[in-house]
Design a protein. Structure first.
Lengths: 380, 264, 420
């Protein structure tokens, strides 16, 4: 398990070198996907390397002349990386412009500042009622498939797509197993390490990730572990399409709390719901996107309350409270947050809000919030 | 004899409260934190103890809180640390048992805390890392107006019509204040505008926690009548302020310390 | 020029808009008392409510109205008290504030209070328009009819987007209105509304010609207050009378050589990007006028049916779809940042502009998508300077006057330096 974890940490620490090297080794093209909902399986089936775009590790400098400061950190960092030339290994990019306002910004910026061989705009609609929505989504994904076929000059048959879906479904099963073990014995893996596992899976070929996951699962099963005595169980929740800062996750644990589960994109949401590929595989991908749970604030779901779903999770793992992680200037989360919080207040579930930014200038304020929260749920 | 100490090491001031065996306040001390938190906390504790007539060895438990709380525990000066949120709640509950909302404007940040009848925190919010609506904001504005921070309260109260200072950001507000001054507005009216700008920021935090009466205000800025008044106007209820609002956090720390010694 | 005291020559006709606008909102406030059904709408969906004889609120229209009556700040404050975060869209907060005031019985300007709707038609032109409808549903339980209203990013996507929109209108919107109102959809009324709109927009386009005069005969702010007849007052024949009068007044100005800016016309002719700052039209005007600067056109105010010749009242649902998603539509390309470079470029040439003011609303980037790229491309292509100024449509806390003034003055200096 140690080797597999070391590999994970290496990739999560420097995904740039990893992807560059991978591209050379495989002699393949890299397609960057703007998080969160782009069905990577189609890219995989086109024999290209899909990677989910990540938040970089440098403060924004040149990016400032392309994007306003009151945009979320992932957008600013992504644009900054791009204009600095740090993403030159990407041959193509896919954008889902209807996800949120910041997601509309990059297409023109990338077009003017990068030499991309391939660019695709997806309009994937929100999860609204009516056949027209589903039909349009299916058409949108078909046009995505077509554009990739045009790019590679190769047809993607349904069987090829089904094979890719199977690889991804296998990955989802394995990730679910990792989470299941960790729900039983959360001290087996630190939360930051768990999130690195998820994150690495977003840039690695899923076949390779599956191999590492199998090793990790074996190791986790063999490790004795239990819920640390005196630890307060909490569930981190957010709509951010990046990992929470790892140091914040570590801080939560250092303050005597433990996170047996989460409701985060770089977390349990990424592998939730498998794709049914018994019928048309494209429709299977569409239906996965249309599933309402886990609730995502970007998807226009209003007949299922995010708060209710999180409360279910809190009860399942017998957690004491919820830590909301809000990426500053994330419009979907910002607008949903008051309703989410009110639901938790109504149901008596303690909750605290942590606002994170790309440039975390001071962690001290966050520490005070978290420590106070631990004191209030744990009793002083 | 078991006496306990609470020390609140803030970014601008360090405060100490000494409690006797019956949890009565024996003495307190306030001094500027300066750059060396460890030195400031030691000095403040020594000051408070000497005015109470005790020595360090008489103290059975020291609990630190505030921005510099970690410094005191790291140096083994304090036995444990608790955040200022929890301490303000305990301190305020001791001073006003029917208080349900606490507004604390400190030098580094401002916060609003909801508490229950036992003085336990039900929820809280803090302002973000920027200085909007903090003691630091008020200091910068006072210097932009070239007035003494102590005189700001009276200056604000003497205003006959506040000027609108719309910017919440310290940097923008400073340039706005300077340009308002250049345009010939009265100092008092600009100061009242600044107080209102803080009040608006605080009102937003109160909204997030949910306004429950009674409301108290603690922290150094609570001594500024002008800001208190501006907040009262914005949130539509009066604030209860103790005689020495700056020591509420240290008092709470001392109360928690006393509770812990009982368990020992 | 140096030493000149500039001021605005005010139009007489624009005084007549306020009673029309006030009546619209007053009718909406009292609709329930008369037993009428009420809808709220966002995105271009309100025409369906009008066709069914419902009184209808419109999201951005309400914001401009609140700005006009000076109620913006107090309503935003209620939202903040209810826990809404200051970084969220100020239109969102405005509506949450109003709804919370109703729910919690908080006293606000009574003119800003609206009856809760029988149906909320949530056109998701921007994603925020979905959040606001979701929030109202969760907080107030209002019934929602959600409609996805995507912006076109690539021309090749038009056919499938058009098909999708047409299906949403015919399969979802119209049946739902029929259900709520208990009667068949009134296609004839929709045709009438479009006929009136076509006339009003044609007249309005004639008025636009007077922006091209040098010196200009009116200002963008004048047009800003005149926008309701091509917007949420659509279908009201008084809009025709209004624009006829406005056109006549502008013609008289031209004949008598009266400029928009006294004494002798403007010194700087400017483009204005993004929303109009509804709550601060006067405040912003006062930042331009003393310099003899005038804003003459903008992408957003030009979105309201710039091609009335494309309106075909005989085929109301088809034409409504085509206005937004048709091959000849001129609207949505403007949304997509790439299209903005072309459409703003056309404005720069047609209206002989000297500079660009890129208003950047901190809480809404709908009109600012890739704004800095757009500005850069335009500066390179047309050789005229531009500045970004930051602010908000209605939230004064997002505006720094001194910062904006400095940037505008810098823009004027840049224009001067390129002239010499």
């Amino acid at each position: 398990m140690e080797n597999a974890l070391a590999r994970i940490v290496g990739i999560a620490t420097d995904p740039y070198s990893y992807v560059t090297q991978l591209k050379e080794e495989r002699n393949s093209k890299v397609i960057g996907c703007f998080p969160m909902h782009i069905p990577e399986e189609i890219i995989h089936a086109a024999d290209l390397l899909p990677v989910v775009i990540w938040r970089g590790d440098e403060p924004v400098t040149w990016g400032h002349s392309h994007v306003r400061p009151y945009n979320c950190g992932i957008l600013r960092s992504f644009v900054d990386d791009a204009v600095k030339g740090k993403l030159s290994f990407m041959d193509g990019m896919v954008f889902h412009i209807r996800q949120c306002l910041p997601a509309q910004e990059p297409p023109l910026i990338m077009e003017r500042n990068l030499k991309l061989e391939y660019k695709k705009i997806l309009y994937m609609p929100p999860v609204y009622p009516g056949e027209a929505i589903r039909d349009f989504l299916v058409e949108d994904l078909k046009s995505f498939q077509q554009s990739l076929e045009d790019y590679t000059g190769k047809k993607i048959g349904d069987d090829k797509l089904r094979e890719s879906i199977e690889v991804y479904n296998r990955n989802r099963d394995l990730m679910e197993r990792v989470y299941a073990i960790r729900r039983e014995k959360p001290d087996v893996l630190k939360a930051s390490l768990l999130m690195k596992i998820v994150f690495a899976g977003m840039v690695m070929p899923k076949e390779d990730h599956n191999v590492l996951l199998s090793e990790i699962i074996e190791g986790m099963e063999a490790t004795r572990g239990e819920i640390g005595k005196g630890k307060l169980k909490v569930v981190p929740v957010g709509c951010l399409c990046q990992t929470p800062p790892f140091e914040v996750l570590d801080m939560i644990e250092d303050l005597g709390m433990i996170m047996p589960d989460d409701d985060l994109f770089v977390g349990s949401r990424y592998f939730a719901n498998k794709v049914d590929h018994n019928g048309s595989p494209i429709e299977g991908l569409a239906d996965r996107y249309l599933s309402k749970v886990p609730v995502c604030a970007t998807k226009g779901i209003w007949d299922v309350h995010w708060g209710d779903e999180v409360i279910k999770k809190v009860k399942e793992v017998e957690a004491k409270g919820v830590i909301s992680v809000l990426a500053k200037f994330c419009p979907p989360h910002t607008c949903y947050y008051p309703d989410f919080k009110n639901k938790l207040v109504e149901e008596g579930v303690p909750e605290v809000l942590i606002q994170v930014e790309h440039e975390m200038i001071s962690l001290e304020g966050i520490k005070t919030r978290l420590q106070s929260f631990a004191e209030s749920i744990g009793g002083v | 004899m078991a006496i306990v100490v609470g020390v609140d090491i803030g970014s601008l001031a360090t405060k100490t409260v000494v409690l006797g065996p019956g949890k009565e306040i024996l003495a307190y001390d306030i001094l500027r934190s300066g750059h060396n938190y460890q030195q400031a906390s030691q000095e403040s504790i020594n000051n408070a103890l000497s005015s109470a007539g005790f020595k360090r060895e008489d103290v059975s438990y020291i609990l630190s809180t505030g921005y510099g709380r970690g410094v005191a525990t790291l140096s083994s000066l304090a036995d444990a640390e608790v955040t200022e949120i929890t301490c303000h709640a305990k301190g305020a509950e001791r001073l006003f048992s029917d208080v349900r909302t606490i507004i604390d404007i400190g030098g580094q940040d401002s916060k609003v805390i909801g508490i229950d009848e036992k003085g336990d925190v039900t929820n809280f919010v803090m302002n973000d890392k920027c200085a909007a609506g903090t003691g630091r904001f008020l200091e910068v504005m006072a210097s932009a107006l070239s007035v003494d921070i102590g005189g700001m309260g009276d200056l604000i109260m003497s205003s006959s019509g506040k000027v609108d200072v719309s910017s919440m950001c310290t940097v923008f507000a400073e340039s706005e204040v300077i340009s308002l001054f250049a345009k010939g507005h009265k100092k008092a009216d600009i100061a009242a505008g600044i107080a209102d700008s803080i009040a608006r920021r605080i009102t937003g935090l109160v909204g997030q926690v949910g306004l429950k009466e009674k409301v108290t205000m603690s922290g150094g800025v609570a001594k500024n009548r002008g800001v208190v008044h501006a907040i009262e106007e914005r949130i539509g209820t009066s604030l209860v302020v103790s005689e020495e609002p700056q020591i509420v956090g240290a008092l709470g720390a001392a109360i928690i310390a006393a509770n812990r010694t009982k368990d020992l | 020029m140096e030493g000149t005291t500039y001021k605005v020559n005010r139009l007489k006709t624009t005084n007549e808009i306020r009673p029309l606008v006030d009546k619209h909102w007053a009718d909406l406030r009292t609709a329930k008392e008369r037993g009428e059904l009420v809808a709220w709408a966002s995105g271009p969906t309100f025409i369906f409510a009008y066709a069914m004889g419902m009184k209808c609120h419109f999201m951005a229209g309400y914001a401009s109205y609140c700005g006009g009556i000076g109620a913006g700040e107090e309503v935003l404050k209620v939202a903040e008290m209810a826990g809404d975060l200051p970084e969220s869209c100020s239109y969102h907060r405005l509506h949450m504030g109003m709804a919370e005031a109703v729910k919690r019985d908080i006293e606000i300007n009574p003119q800003a209070l609206l009856p809760l709707p029988d149906l909320m038609v949530a056109g998701r032109l921007c994603t925020e328009m979905s959040y606001y409808a979701e929030g109202l549903y969760r907080r107030m339980g209002v019934p929602v009819l959600p409609i996805e209203f995507p912006m076109i990013f690539e021309k090749e996507d038009i056919p499938r987007l058009r098909e999708f929109m047409y299906r949403q209108f015919t399969e979802i919107v119209i049946p739902e209105f029929e259900r709520v109102c208990g009667k068949p959809f009134d296609y004839d009324r929709m045709s009438e509304i479009l006929s009136v709109l076509k006339k009003v927009a044609t007249l309005r386009n004639e008025c636009w010609e007077f922006f091209k005069d040098i010196p200009a005969r009116w200002t963008l702010w004048d047009y800003g207050v005149s926008i309701a007849p091509v917007f949420y007052l659509m279908g009201n024949p008084k809009g025709i009378t209004y624009y006829e009068k406005l056109l006549k007044e502008l013609q008289e100005r031209r004949e008598n050589n009266i400029p928009a800016i006294a004494p002798d016309g403007e010194n700087y002719r400017l483009y204005w990007d993004s929303w109009l700052p509804w709550a601060f039209l006067g405040k912003f005007m006062r930042k331009f006028t003393p310099h003899g600067a005038v804003c003459l056109c903008g992408r957003y105010p030009w979105e309201f049916f710039p091609h009335p010749e494309l309106i075909d009242p005989e085929h109301p649902v088809e034409t409504w779809t085509d206005l937004y998603f048709g091959q000849q539509s001129h609207l949505c390309y403007n949304f997509s940042p790439k299209g903005a470079i072309d459409s703003i470029g056309e404005l720069i040439e047609e209206y002989s502009l000297d500079g660009m003011v890129m208003f950047s609303s901190k809480t809404c980037r709908l009109w600012n998508v890739s704004q800095m790229e757009v500005l850069d491309a335009l500066e390179k292509k047309y050789g005229i300077p531009g500045v970004v100024i930051e602010g908000d449509m209605i939230d004064s806390a997002m505006i720094s006057d001194s910062q904006i003034e400095t940037r505008l003055e810098a823009l004027f200096e840049l224009i001067d330096s390129r002239r010499t």
